[in-house]
Ligand binder design. Structure first.
Ligand code: 13P
Length: 290
């Protein structure tokens, strides 16, 4: 059943849980995510990141995400992850996505406010929820690519300029009307090369100031204790992709290792789907405190 992200996150906020948001870049990952959610009877967010257009463009994968969401036995939202323009967000809304993220976090505060508010207006008129980002979330060297520079806390003199400021978040939410906010507190997109050090009191301060569900990006590789503490402090959506993807990759390598098996690509893909499902289930149990 297709639902909005807002419906899922408002409930998660009340129950102090988080909904997992997984990037479905292949049929196998989409099947793995939906099966995991159905086996655990758990709501889920299927998302497409604009940067994954290089793997599969949104106009091809969007209808597939919506198809699987629509016939799932659990509530599923379909979300645009890191949309970078007004046009891209409108394209996702027209495809039928129930939520969009507009990421203007690299722009000046006033520009971020103005552009996000514009998208909130059109999205809300269409019944679609909006996530925005304030502060800067790091990128690991393992995923940095075209237009994305790798960075970490060590690259900045004063981390206060990088992490989300609670008072700025309050003003941002009031002026834009966004439904959820991605916050910077030490997580990294991609593989962690050093142990994550999360500023958890900051998350609680942002929650108290902003009052809306908060989103953790760079969910892969965080310890179960840190996930739980972050959720306790206000995180209601965890974006998780890299470790699910590598679980599929590892299963494929394992499959090929067995010299007895025929070299059938579809059988390897099934093994990858199963491994991704199990990895997603493990993450979902932590996020949902099951
Ligand atoms: P990871 O790939 O690090 O899990 O992060 C996913 C993400 O934040 C997508 O927006």
């Amino acid at each position: 059943m297709l639902v909005t992200v807002k419906a899922l996150l408002d409930e998660a906020k009340r129950e102090r849980k988080a909904v997992g948001a997984f990037n479905g870049t292949t049929l196998e990952s989409i099947q793995g995510i939906i099966r995991a959610a159905e086996e655990l009877d758990c709501p889920v967010i299927l998302q497409h990141a604009q940067s994954h257009d290089t793997i599969v463009p949104m106009d091809e994968i969007g209808p597939v995400l919506l198809f699987y969401a629509g016939r799932a036995k659990v509530p599923v939202a379909v979300h645009l992850d890191h949309g970078s323009s007004f046009e891209r967000c409108v394209q996702a809304i027209r495809l039928g996505f129930t939520s969009v993220m507009y990421d203007a976090s690299g722009k000046e505060f006033e520009t971020n406010v103005r552009e996000t508010a514009e998208i909130v207006r059109i999205a809300h008129a269409a019944g679609v929820s909006v996530e925005a980002e304030l502060g800067h979330i790091f990128t690991s060297e393992i995923v940095a690519g075209e237009g994305t520079e790798a960075d970490s806390a060590a690259d900045y003199e004063d981390i206060q300029d990088i992490y989300t400021d609670p008072q700025a978040a309050k003003v941002f939410v009031e002026r834009t009307g966004v439904d959820s906010l991605a916050v910077a507190f030490g997580t990294v997109h991609g593989v962690y090369l050093t142990e994550p050090k999360l500023d958890l009191p900051r998350v609680a301060a942002i929650r108290d100031a902003a009052g809306i569900p908060l989103v953790m990006h760079g969910g892969s590789g965080v310890s179960d204790e840190d996930y739980k503490a972050a959720i306790e402090n206000g995180i209601c959506k965890v974006n998780y992709y890299t470790y699910m993807n590598t679980a599929g990759g590892r299963a494929s390598v394992e499959y090929w290792k067995d010299g007895e098996k025929p070299l059938f690509y579809d059988q390897m893909a099934l093994a990858a789907a199963e491994a991704m499902k199990e990895d997603v289930k493990r993450a979902m149990k932590v996020f949902q405190r099951k």
